[in-house]
Write a protein that binds this ligand. Structure first.
Ligand SMILES: Nc1nc2c(c(=O)[nH]1)N[C@H]1C(S)=C(S)[C@@H](COP(=O)(O)OP(=O)(O)OC[C@H]3O[C@@H](n4cnc5c(=O)[nH]c(N)nc54)[C@H](O)[C@@H]3O)O[C@H]1N2
Ligand SMILES: Nc1nc2c(c(=O)[nH]1)N[C@H]1C(S)=C(S)[C@@H](COP(=O)(O)OP(=O)(O)OC[C@H]3O[C@@H](n4cnc5c(=O)[nH]c(N)nc54)[C@H](O)[C@@H]3O)O[C@H]1N2
Ligand SMILES: [Mo]
Length: 766
């Protein structure tokens, strides 16, 4: 029997048709003017699925800690659910009793799926917080550096600050010059964590361009900016934006165009920053000529850009990639200083902007989510909470000290790792290091729908349902979506909620975890809370029958006159910022007080650990840009046709500039080897002048598929990236700081085995 349901995904709302057992058709929701092609990835639902609970043979045979070096290469034994749940509950109890709850790492990072209730990380955190003071992670791989610096500079939490950004309609009407550091990639704007609503960014960009907004893309890749912008491209050496920004401010200062009045009224610390910029503190004036040698941009172009910015209403727009790099905090801080020197923060169409280009929301000034999620209990006392991307260090260095955002901590001794809704063998840097660190815990438990590289490297794999197999609520900016399960659960897969509920029952926390509700009852319960606060919401049954609900006040989302920090601009004394000075902090006493040389008290150009134009580039002369993929969300649905059709010779495509390809004898479609001292992978060459000379662009997310020597046959860039924190402030990932060399691969390239399930074996005989 054919039926169609609505589904909200991280990449937009869809209508999903099934024949009762599989999905037969996926189309964009009629309310979406520009559906993402990623929707078609849902069609490949059953490939590579985990059908039954599975346990790594040696673990089952020898118990926790047995032959952990064989993780990823050993066969699995499928077992009944009850046996698997008993083993997992027993292991959680054993580790907590013998080593303490802090020896359980449950901070499993990842996007999972978009439904409000079934959201994996929320389910996981609720379960573990009820169990005890497990080790958790905070911040993200997306924006850790920005999220740690923004509160010091503006006194606002990162998500509230993002939620208060200027609306697109204001950009269209009032901005004259829109300068992006790290681009305005349309495909990246198709996605929002927890559910992207109808896609309007393409329209907004086209409207802005038609209205005369000039777009400038400062970055290594031309098509980082949508063609709709009709913009200019200013190629820059990756990792050097802070030097460019410093020189832009310096030029404003020497031209006597820095808005001293704004800087005095609305900012704290400008005199100290200015002394640094003009060279009084370190003897180096941050001139355009100085920045030219670092950035590779001609000095006269820098001066011209500064002068253009000074004469036009200018938005300084930041992607996230510029801060997913060594000293990434500085990009957000120096960009703020640049916008402050231009004096247009808080004015319509001017100032600094964070979200454009890294996600698709247009509803600035609106609450991001309306329906409450599954509630979280408060964090238990005595928890260690690391910066989430320091996970390999956590596993490697029990008992050793770390510094993080003003805190001096000690890494606990992790014995058990529990991962739900993320793929660390996709998202983490320096995967060869992670492979070694991953051998240290005694037990690794994973809930996963797919036999992806992380599931294959676990001891106990519990099969999870996907979003099309369960009912949920989706909150997508302008619309609330009711999702009915489109197809039955694959094999014996269960919802994460039901898995946790069964474990909670075995561990004596069932009442606290479920509060006596099934998932269907939770959906009603959460909806009723939303309805109580919003009188336009109909009764649950009516909403469910209708399938969607438009948020009444958001009909014209994006069409607001909201301006980031507009209220502060209008009344700095009456509406001060919640910073120590009440102003935008261009110098932070609190940060200076931490004494971190990798994040001093004012925005500073700090050399990254490697970049083009330095001796490190002699051996590895190409900068690797490992951007977000256009054909999938991270590693999700890499096995679908949408992603696989874009591969080159079965490998992830790598783009090279024609000159760099020619110098290496590389032709279109060739298999190449990409390498540095950390690792190597194969990839399929695509030759394009959309990447600047010296740039190699290889998107993230190809399922990690190492051969015996650790070369990833499939093209996962994280065998090449370095695993080091941005600074002691944010301790964020630095994936975008990475030099490589590329060569023709000679010989017969090995077959890609990324999508092969593991082997299975019978239960070992006692
Ligand atoms: N080199 C490099 N690396 C990067 C980046 C980069 O720019 N460069 N970007 C980083 C960024 S910004 C991010 S956000 C991360 C993303 O990293 P992740 O969020 O870990 O990546 P995903 O592929 O989305 O992984 C989600 C996993 O959850 C599973 N899943 C989906 N739904 C469910 C569910 O309902 N239950 C369970 N149990 N599992 C489910 C999927 O099958 C998938 O394996 O990657 C980071 N890594
Ligand atoms: N289709 C799709 N969309 C996505 C995602 C996805 O997986 N697929 N992931 C989502 C997630 S989790 C996030 S966090 C956001 C991430 O959003 P971003 O972090 O903004 O996106 P990236 O693709 O990592 O980087 C964008 C561009 O920045 C440029 N860049 C890299 N280094 C530098 C530099 O040093 N200087 C300058 N000026 N530019 C640089 C690169 O050319 C790159 O293409 O995207 C989201 N959108
Ligand atoms: Mo992200």
């Amino acid at each position: 029997m054919t039926r169609t349901t609505n589904l909200l995904t991280h990449w937009g709302p869809f209508r999903v048709t099934s024949d009762g057992s599989s999905i037969t058709d996926v189309v964009g929701h009629p309310a979406d003017p520009d559906p993402s092609p990623l929707g078609q990835g849902l069609l490949a639902n059953d490939q590579c699925r985990v059908a039954r609970p599975a346990i790594r043979r040696s673990w089952l045979e020898g118990g926790p800690g047995t032959a952990t070096e064989r993780r990823g290469s050993e066969p699995f034994v499928e077992v009944p659910w009850d046996e698997a749940l008993d083993l997992v509950a027993g292991e959680l109890r054993r580790v907590a009793d013998q080593h303490g709850h802090q020896s359980i790492y449950g901070g499993s990072y990842g996007w999972g799926s978009a439904g409000l209730f079934h959201q994996a990380s929320n389910q996981t955190r609720r379960f573990f917080r009820l169990l005890g003071p497990f080790t958790d992670g905070r911040l993200t791989y997306s924006s850790a550096a920005a999220a740690s610096i923004v509160p010091y500079v503006f006194g606002l939490g990162w998500y509230p600050a993002c939620g208060q950004q200027t609306a697109w309609s204001v950009i269209v009407d009032r901005c004259e010059l829109f300068v992006s550091f790290g681009g305005l990639r349309l495909n990246n704007t198709q996605v929002f964590f927890g559910g992207q609503g109808p896609h309007h960014t393409r329209e907004w960009i086209a409207k802005a361009a038609a209205n005369g907004v000039s777009f400038v893309n400062v970055g290594p890749v031309r098509d980082d900016e949508a063609t709709e912008t009709d913009g200019r491209w200013l190629p820059i050496r990756p990792g050097t934006d802070v030097a460019l920004m410093a020189a832009l401010i310096h030029t404003l200062v020497v031209d006597d165009r820095a808005d001293e009045e704004f800087l005095a009224t609305y900012c704290g610390g400008w005199p100290r920053l200015k002394r640094y910029l003009v060279g009084e503190t370190d003897g180096v004036a941050k001139t355009a000529a100085w920045a030219s040698t670092i950035t590779g941009i001609a000095a006269d172009e820098i001066v011209a850009l500064a002068r253009e910015m000074a004469t036009k209403r200018t938005t300084v727009n930041l992607g996230f990639a510029v801060q997913r790099a060594d000293h990434g905090e500085q990009t957000y801080w120096m960009a703020t200083a640049l916008a402050a020197a231009l004096g247009e923060i808080g004015l319509p169409g001017g100032g600094v902007a964070f979200p454009f280009g890294a996600h698709g929301r247009a509803g600035a000034g609106q609450p991001m989510k309306r329906v409450p999620k599954l509630p979280l209990p408060p964090p238990p006392d005595g928890q260690t909470v690391i910066s989430v991307s320091r996970v390999a260090e956590l596993l490697e260095r029990p008992g050793e000290p770390y510094q993080f955002d003003g805190e001096d901590g000690t890494f606990p001794d992790i014995r058990l790792v529990y991962w739900v809704g993320g793929n660390v063998f996709h998202h983490h840097q320096d995967l060869n290091r992670l492979v070694r660190a991953w051998q240290r815990p005694e037990t690794i438990v994973v809930h996963e729908p797919f036999w992806n590289p992380m599931a294959k490297r676990a001891d106990i794999v519990l099969p999870a349902t996907t979003a099309v197999e369960r009912s949920d609520l989706g909150d997508g900016e302008t619309m609330l979506v009711a999702t009915d399960a489109a197809v039955p659960a694959h094999g014996e897969a269960r919802d994460d909620y039901d898995i946790f509920a069964a474990l909670a029952d075995r561990l004596g926390i069932a009442d606290a975890f479920t509060e006596g509700r099934t998932s269907e009852q939770w959906l009603r319960h959460l909806y009723e809370q939303f309805r109580a606060a919003n009188d336009y919401a109909p009764p649950f049954e009516d909403f469910w029958a209708a399938g969607t609900l438009d948020h009444a006040d958001l009909a014209g989302v994006g069409h607001t006159d909201h301006v980031f920090l507009g209220a502060f601009r209008a009344d700095p004394a009456g509406r001060p910022l919640p910073t120590p000075s009440g102003k935008i902090e261009l110098f932070s006493e609190r940060i200076a007080g931490f004494g971190y040389d990798d994040c001093p008290g004012h925005p500073t150009w700090l050399e990254p650990y490697e970049r083009l134009g330095t001796p490190a580039a002699d051996r590895h002369p190409l900068h690797l840009v490992s951007n977000q993929p256009t054909t999938r969300l991270h590693s999700q649905h890499d096995h679908s046709a949408v992603s696989r059709d874009a591969k080159v010779a079965d490998r992830e495509p790598i783009r090279l500039h024609p000159d760099d390809a020619a110098a290496r004898g590389i032709g279109e479609g060739d298999v190449v080897r990409v390498f540095n001292d950390r690792g190597s992978c194969l990839a399929g060459a695509r030759i394009s002048d959309a990447v600047a000379p010296g740039i190699a662009q290889l998107a993230t997310g190809a399922w990690f598929d190492p051969d015996e020597d650790g070369t990833c046959k499939h093209g996962n860039p994280n065998v090449l990236t370095r695993d080091k924190g941005t600074s002691r402030l944010g301790q964020g990932p630095t994936a975008h700081t990475c030099l490589v060399e590329v060569e023709q691969f000679d010989g017969e390239p090995t077959t890609v085995t990324a999508f092969d399930p593991p082997t299975f074996t019978d239960r070992p005989q006692p």
